[in-house]
Design a protein around this ligand. Structure first.
Ligand code: NAP
Length: 256
């Protein structure tokens, strides 16, 4: 890995789902540290556009690329566009994810389960594949880092709310471990972050916008987390500061 380039913060980062929530705070933080940032989004162009303006007006380098990362051709276009506009990708933050309304397993149908798995798992595999092609020394690259945003749900299983979502995040932890070992000799480090209950719009998609408030008392620190607190862990795992860390996870859960 080109540690000098990485430590100077001169790399290019792709942040999937970088327009809102945890992804948006991660984009702001990476830009502040000198990375050229590609924020990806699926359908809401407005928040992406606003964030690009904010970052570029603050002196950062940033583009937004619409792409549904659950779709293979979109992922290939996302990486090709980033390479053409910003240069070779050094960091991938696999962050885009979806949540469906809370329900028990007995009420779930195949369409819902497949949608969750395609958006939360297939997407991470496809983006990681494109990143490895660019970063791996085996294919002429100069190394890089991948950070997968998983969830504390991978450990809790999210009973009575969304076992499908929790299982998708369990798959991400396995991807993180397996890929880290597969590319460890090729200059690529792969790590995961498992956020707990974080204040973002995602809980509204699950049908309960105030979910963090309802559950915050079960968190040992007695409060919900902020997206920036997750972003700081992502930045550390992506940067040269964590240069001997791979196949590892940081729980950002307030102790839950
Ligand atoms: P969020 O506020 O709902 O934002 C989701 C982002 O992902 C948006 O930018 C959205 O784009 C994008 N997105 C969704 N599906 C996509 C797709 N197929 N292709 C491209 N972009 C897509 O989410 P968040 O709460 O920040 O969550 C970010 C990550 O953290 C997720 O992986 C989530 O599972 C994980 N996480 C969150 C929490 C929490 O408490 N919030 C806890 C644990 C883990 P549009 O704006 O176009 O829809």
């Amino acid at each position: 890995m080109d540690i000098n380039t990485e430590s100077k913060g001169l790399g290019v980062v792709v942040i999937t789902g970088g327009s809102r929530g945890i992804g948006a705070q991660t984009a702001r933080l990476f830009a502040k540290h000198g990375y050229a940032v590609c924020i990806n989004y699926k359908s809401q162009a407005e928040p992406a556009k606003k964030l690009v303006t904010e970052i570029t007006q603050g002196g950062g380098k940033c583009i937004a690329v619409q792409a549904d990362v659950s779709q293979e051709l979109d992922v290939e276009r996302l990486f090709a566009t980033t390479a053409a506009k910003l240069g070779k990708v050094k960091v991938l933050v696999n962050n885009a994810g979806i949540l469906k309304p809370q329900m028990r397993l007995v009420d779930m149908n195949a369409a819902r389960i497949n949608e969750v798995l395609q958006n939360n798992v297939t997407s991470y595999f496809l983006c990681a594949r494109e990143a490895v092609k660019v970063m791996s020394t085996t294919y002429g690259g100069s190394g890089g880092t991948i950070v997968n945003v998983s969830s504390g749900a991978a450990r809790s299983g999210s009973p009575n709310e969304y076992i499908d979502y929790a299982a998708s995040k369990g798959a991400i932890d396995t991807l993180t471990r397996g890929l880290a070992l597969e590319v460890a000799k090729e200059g690529i480090r792969v790590n995961g972050v498992r956020p707990g209950l974080i204040y973002t719009d995602m809980h509204a998609d699950g049908g309960e916008p105030a979910r963090v408030e309802r559950l915050k008392n079960i968190i040992p620190m007695q409060k919900g987390g902020q997206a920036i607190e997750v972003a700081e862990a992502i930045l550390w795992l992506a940067s040269a500061s964590s240069s001997f860390t791979t196949g590892s996870f940081i729980d950002v859960t307030g102790g839950l």
